[in-house]
Design a protein around this ligand. Structure first.
Ligand code: HEC
Ligand code: HEC
Length: 210
């Protein structure tokens, strides 16, 4: 019995001391700043200093429209868009810090990628013409023939984005795990796509020159 009480007390002490330690260790935007941009040091660890993430699961941020980046950060913070890394990263950001970060990344040049040739034909045909038989519209209709998007209409730049990242977004729009697209624009499209089409169009997008 005595042993039991000791364990409980130790556990309690640990639980009580944790928030204090967390507070002391919590970084501020300023301490994580780079080139005068708050938090940028943190973001760089995953997305690269120039916003051209090397890991294909992490989006290239370089060349994304500023307003699109702010929208995503606000939605990660509000957990309207789910990603375990990004929900945590966006939590401490103020609106002004989001704007500074978005301004920085939107002004970085995006690096080109290459498409897997074996699926290029299907990918190109989905991107340019959709699949009339199943009602998939042409991606080009909104994201533009070169994939550059249309900032005024809030259609993001896709050109040379990592295929791994793009395919995951399409699967998540399909399942509804990503549901932050206005008017279900992307969910209504992705639900009509099959896995082969998703794979092929993602490769084609990766090969579009920035
Ligand atoms: C631990 C790694 C990690 C860190 C640190 C990180 N990110 Fe991310 N970020 C990711 C991953 C992974 C994704 C892709 C999420 C998904 O699959 O939907 C992502 C996605 C994003 C997106 C969405 C891009 C798009 O095309 O929709 C934005 C914007 C973003 N991050 C900004 C930031 C900013 C700004 C910071 C710094 C405050 C940051 N990230 C720090 C891993 C990270
Ligand atoms: C009716 C217009 C429209 C069409 C057609 C369209 N999209 Fe989109 N797409 C959007 C909008 C709007 C968003 C931004 C959602 C948001 O705000 O988070 C988006 C976002 C995306 C994203 C996420 C980008 C990122 O950086 O996270 C991908 C990937 C994507 N679309 C791929 C496609 C593909 C592939 C097609 C063709 C099969 C397509 N889209 C057709 C409107 C469209």
């Amino acid at each position: 019995m005595k042993k039991f009480a000791v364990v409980v007390a130790a556990g309690l002490a640990l639980a009580l001391s944790l928030p204090v330690v967390a507070e002391e260790k919590a970084a501020t935007g300023e301490s994580e700043s780079l080139y005068g941009v708050p938090w940028l040091k943190k973001c760089s660890g995953c997305h690269g200093k120039d916003g051209n993430a090397k890991n294909p699961k992490r989006a290239k941020l370089a060349g994304l429209d500023k307003a699109y980046i702010v929208k995503q950060l606000q939605e990660f913070k509000a957990k309207k868009r789910i990603d375990k890394d990004m929900n945590k990263q966006a939590a401490p950001l103020s609106k002004a810090e989001m704007e500074q970060l978005a301004n920085y990344f939107s002004n970085q040049p995006r690096k080109p990628g290459m498409a897997d040739e074996t699926v290029a034909e299907l990918g190109e045909s989905i991107y340019r013409a959709g699949n009339p038989a199943t009602g998939v519209p042409a991606c080009a209709a909104c994201h533009g023939p070169a994939g550059k998007g249309n900032p005024a209409a809030k259609f993001p730049n896709l050109a040379s984005q990592h295929a791994t990242y793009v395919a995951k977004q399409l699967r998540w729009f399909q399942s509804g795990e990503r549901a932050n697209d206005a008017g279900k624009m992307m969910r209504n499209i992705a639900i009509k796509m099959n896995p082969k089409e998703i794979e092929a169009v993602s490769q084609y997008i990766q090969g579009l020159q920035p």
